[in-house]
Design a protein around this ligand. Structure first.
Ligand SMILES: Nc1ncnc2c1ncn2[C@@H]1O[C@H](COP(=O)(O)OP(=O)(O)OP(=O)(O)O)[C@@H](O)[C@H]1O
Length: 738
């Protein structure tokens, strides 16, 4: 076996340079670490409360057991440690306190594989990758349903990306952190046949000559980087690896020596996963091989990988049917400025999950279908754990599957974690691809609280190694002495005492459990009867409520009917109202018009009446004047006639006198003349009378006409007034009606 810490300068050297005793203690090459290595939390120096609060993980540490190798516990690096680190490292250290307090998100990267030979000619591509924008888009129209989703991740690698691109950009910084003393996990998740194993393992490295193919995956590249870095630093280190497989909820050790009997029935010996009582898990009996060269580690990887259970499915010719975890633990020597030698420890877990599988599409039947069911079940639990962590649920169901128990520290713990989600660009995988992308996108929100593992003093490590060597020696001695299973006597005594104490504890626990069960049963019965009561009461209340509801529904119906009738009435009333309003409006308009007309008429009438009045009075005065004039004329005419008659009489008298005698002679003539004058006079008189009566008639007529006109005017006026009065009354009536 290669010895614990190894000098970076001499990969082939068998022993670490820093301790002769240490070198002596380890046996020769090819030997393994002891049979019962346990997985226990690496943070062994935490208080029990811390252990409860902060789940520890998959990391192996043997300090808990007799003869354990190197106990390490988390601590923030000292300032002296920082000074020796590179630029990148400084940033990681300065962030460590921040990381510790707030937590850092899990890094999620997505890799889309290219179409394979079978797909390339006839399979539409529905996934597009934008590496610059770190976006993956799925665009497709299925059954008139447009799918157009875009997801952003920490990094995106498209179908043409190379293994080296992914490693350099995403994994190399994580490996550097492992060498800084962090525990880091990289796991590949995705649908079956999307390139998880290709990404994690890739093409095999030639262990003999170290030939490195272009398609070598994350694991061999990480190994190479670790060795290169340690050698470049010329540091002393030791490295050990373990490789386990989780198949159908059973853990098997891929590095365990092959036992002929087990090979025959082709089954593998399952190993137990145990709680360490401090929140961590122990994989009891898991082999940890100490490695000193890259060649050794590649050989181990190749051997372990070949033992993984694979099968041909419709989706992948060599489909991994199990989850695998390859772990590399490195112990590195560091010197403090005070010259004290310290050992720091970093661990890298490389997880290749089995593919999530659509059983009908993968063509899995019988055992294969059961297998796929188990795979899906454990991945489902992983999904539930991720959801619980993202939603900050009080309970995270780590315990529901072995996979989540093993990955506990990597999900929500103190490990730095990176998920590589693998997808296919094919239209046929769209549903699963969207599931993977959803899953991965949710996982981005998980926060871990990474902490650097506490460094330990070299002297303490040497002490631990000595006790481990002593224990191994005793074991070896006992095994050489006898056949079968033998252990040293004091171990046997210790084990017996332990067994006794355990069985006593078991008994007391059983009693306690019984009491607790009984109490719980009583409580359950009590709460059951309580529930029954409450159920009955609830039933009664429900019935009451139902009755009330039916009544309410009836009332509601009536109310609805009334409301409908009211609504109709209201609508009618509203219509009427609008009609009345428009009528009032029209009436108001008419009234306004009427008022205007009335006013105009009134003013016109007054004007006309004034005019008429003045005309009539003018006409009357004119007629009166005319009459007076005519009377005067008639009078003057009559007086003139009388005067003329008188004068004529006088003339005649004079004539009688003048012509005395002649009168008599002329008497006849005079008589005649008299006669003539009398008739003339009569004629004149009748003419005057005729004129007089004509004038009188004319005056009478004029007076009559004037009176008649006046009467008519008065009648029209009174009629108009009557009309005005009756109109005003009508208006009042209409106003009071509305
Ligand atoms: N990025 C890639 N470039 C080229 N080939 C790839 C890539 N990813 C996967 N492949 C090829 O696709 C096939 C399936 O890959 P792989 O076995 O790694 O898938 P998987 O996800 O591990 O499947 P399963 O879950 O069934 O084990 C392999 O032949 C592999 O070489």
């Amino acid at each position: 076996m290669k010895v614990g810490l190894k000098s970076g300068g001499g990969r082939q050297s068998a022993a670490g340079r820093w301790s002769d005793k240490g070198r002596r203690g380890f046996s020769g090459g090819g030997a393994r670490a002891p049979e019962a290595l346990e997985l226990s939390p690496i943070f062994s120096k935490r208080s029990s409360q811390e252990d409860l609060d902060s789940p520890s993980g998959l990391l192996m540490d043997n300090s808990q057991r007799k003869g354990g190798l190197i106990p390490v516990s988390p601590k923030t690096p000292r300032s002296s440690d920082r000074s020796s680190r590179g630029a990148n490292d400084t940033s990681s250290n300065s962030n460590s306190k921040h990381d510790k307090d707030k937590g850092v998100n899990i890094q999620v990267i997505v890799r889309c594989r290219p179409l394979n030979d079978d797909e390339v000619s006839n399979t539409p591509v529905v996934i597009s990758c934008n590496e610059q924008r770190r976006e993956i888009s799925a665009v497709q129209n299925i059954a008139n349903k447009q799918i157009d989703k875009t997801f952003t991740f920490d990094k995106v690698f498209g179908p043409s990306s190379l293994q080296n691109d992914l490693f350099e950009q995403a994994v190399s910084p994580i490996v550097r952190e492992v060498l800084e003393g962090y525990n880091c996990t990289i796991f590949a998740y995705g649908q079956t046949g999307t390139g998880k194993t290709y990404t994690m393992e890739g093409g095999a490295v030639n262990a003999k000559n170290g030939e490195f193919p272009n398609d070598a995956g994350v694991i061999p590249r990480s190994i190479r980087q670790i060795f290169d870095k340690l050698e470049a630093q010329n540091s002393e280190y030791s490295m050990k690896v373990s490789f386990l497989e989780l198949y159908n909820e059973e853990i098997t050790d891929l590095l365990a020596p092959e036992e002929p009997r087990l090979l025959e029935d082709k089954s593998k010996k399952p190993i137990a996963l145990m709680e360490d009582g401090k929140g961590g898990v122990i994989v009891r009996g898991l082999e940890e091989e100490i490695v000193a060269t890259t060649g050794e580690i590649y050989r181990i990887l190749e051997k372990g990988s070949s033992k993984r259970r694979t099968a041909e499915t419709l989706l992948n010719k060599q489909s991994s049917r199990s989850h695998s975890i390859f772990s590399i633990t490195i112990h590195m020597k560091e010197c403090t400025p005070e010259g004290e030698e310290m050992i720091k420890c970093g661990r890298l877990n490389l997880v290749d999950l089995a593919g999530s599988e659509n059983i009908s599409r993968s063509g899995a039947r019988d055992n294969r279908a059961r297998e796929a069911g188990e795979i899906n079940k454990s991945l489902l639990t992983l999904g539930r754990v991720i959801n619980a962590l993202v939603d900050h649920s009080g309970h995270v169901p780590y315990r529901d599957s072995k996979l989540t128990r093993l990955l506990r520290d990597s999900l929500g713990g103190k490990t730095k974690t990176c998920i590589v989600a693998t997808i296919s660009p094919s239209i046929h995988c769209l549903e699963e691809t969207l599931n993977t992308l959803d899953y991965a996108h949710r996982a981005k929100n998980i926060k871990n609280k990474p902490e650097v593992n506490q460094k330990m003093m070299k002297s303490a490590l040497i002490k631990d190694l000595y006790s481990e060597i002593d224990r191994l020696k005793q074991e070896l001695y006992a095994a050489r002495e006898k056949n079968g299973i033998y252990i040293p006597k004091d171990w046997f005594v210790q084990d017996e005492a332990l067994k006794k104490a355990m069985s006593e504890k078991l008994e007391s626990l059983e009693v306690e459990l019984e009491v607790r069960d009984k109490r719980q049963l009583d409580e359950t019965e009590h709460s059951l009867s309580d529930l029954e009561q409450r159920y009955k009461q609830a039933n009664l209340i429900i019935k009451e409520k139902e009755y009330l509801i039916s009544n309410l529904l009836q009332y509601d119906e009536e109310h609805i009917e009334i409301a409908l009738a009211l609504r109709i009435e209201l609508e009618d009333a509203a219509e009427d109202f609008y009609g009345v309003c428009s009528k009032i409006e029209r009436k108001n308009k008419i009234e306004d018009g009427n008022k205007m007309i009335l006013q105009r008429f009134h003013s016109h009438l007054t004007e006309q009446l004034g005019l008429l009045h003045s005309t009539v009075s003018t006409s009357l005065t004119q007629q009166e004047n005319h009459l007076k004039q005519m009377e005067e004329e008639v009078r003057s005419f009559v007086s003139a006639k009388i005067k003329t008659t008188k004068e004529l009489h006088e003339w005649l008298e004079r004539l009688k006198d003048v012509y005395g005698n002649g009168i008599r002679t002329m008497d006849g003539f005079a008589g005649e003349l008299k006669q003539k004058s009398l008739s003339t006079f009569g004629k004149l008189n009748s003419q005057i009378l005729m004129h007089y009566s004509g004038l009188e008639y004319c005056l009478k007529n004029i007076t009559q006409e004037g009176n008649q006109l006046l009467n008519e005017l008065q009648t029209t006026l009174s009629m108009m007034e009557d009309k005005v009065v009756s109109f005003t009354r009508q208006q009042h009536e209409v106003g009071s009606y509305y």
